[in-house]
Design a protein around this ligand. Sequence first.
Ligand code: UGA
Length: 439
Amino acid sequence: MKIGVIGLGHVGLVSAACFAEVGHHVIGMDHMPERAQDLLDGRVPFFEPGLQELVTSNIQNGRLRFERELRPVVDEAEAIFICVGTPSLPSGEADLSQIEALATELAGCLDGSYRVLVEKSTVPVNTGHQMSRTISRLTDSPFDVVSNPEFLREGSAVEDTLSPDRIVVGGSSERAFTLMREAFEPIVQRSGCKMIETDVKTAELIKHASNAFLATKISFINHIAEVCDKTGANVDLVADGMGLDPRISREFLDAGIGYGGSCFPKDVAAFASVARELTGDSALLEAVQAINARGPKRLIERLRSELWYLKGKRIAVLGLSFKPGTDDLRDSPAFAVIEELLASEAHVCAYDPVAMPAAKERLSPAVGFATSAMDALEDAHAAVIVTAWPEFAELDPVEIRLALHLPIVVDGRNIFPPERMQEAGLTYLSMGRPPVRSD
Ligand code: UGA
């Protein structure tokens, strides 16, 4: 089957490469000239494990190609996946102007042959209806808009796409469902996952509701961590105890400085805006956001409680990306932590295994960068852990103590067992777990 993918960011490029991998012929197109050029040269412009290999091999076997213009994509592809950005407006509402512009452009390219236009970008409920209305005002060509939300996670995007938990398709015509079944058939075959068919609005809501629920779960456990901090209870054990209940599950109950990335912050804000508009009440999601915003502040408070004044102190910041396995810095809690450190006139020395090139472009020139985690720790007055990179958890606590000027580690991701830090003679303050003190 011939598939088109418009918008080649994380969702679009991974989808394009995976559809090609399972045997479809895929044509990708992106309006950003630099991104389009990178892909025409066969280069994946961001870090995602396994993606470069998949793109290279599928270009070579002729199942994946890229175009600069929309028209050849619409001329050839029966199903066109729309994966353009839906960023937040200052109000939190989703900015759908790229979707609207593309709908208009697609209408101009339809030439009488039936096409399925697949909304894959995360969008508020009703966007499919708006798209259909916009396009049908401009063309008589037959088309359907379907919603096919994406559930991939950065860092495991290829695996999540080839072996998804579920595929959700929202549509309103048998013709569209038939093409969508054909598109996903090889993935359903190899993974055995379920394909759920709904109306368009329900599919749109499944996506927003899923991300809002996961973010709520994280803020819920972070709120419990705040209570643990005040009582001496241990949030990890609370999460273990709760998680044994299959109705709750242990997943997404890791306490820390909070969620970041290109999805949860944006989607919770957009869904809060939808909830406010449609029901007059967004208190639940506003509480989720407020708890999340407190995470970096709680981390800095711990540091201040140990070091008294941060002014003039050298602080090692371990981790910059919003989570391990990606160089994505979007809405990373590292920014809030570093801003607060710089505002307090501390000297920041940061290290991240993959995100430093991108971070150098975005962070203040006052931030220093180390060549390794141990290099960042050398002679620092304290270390703060912002991202749970496995290589940080593998550091030897004794070596950490020997490298630091003062034996203080503030862990925003609870990556070390407190007993090991205690044995090494470190003061170790984590999130929602009893503190360990060396003095
Ligand atoms: C998230 C969802 O997990 C995907 O299902 C969804 O498709 C994607 O958004 C999207 O809408 O595109 P992603 O943003 O890649 O995926 O990252 P997650 O692995 O979900 O982590 C998000 C944030 O939550 C990270 O900052 C992570 O550190 C934090 N987190 C996660 C916690 O603080 N605690 C946890 O227990 C789990």
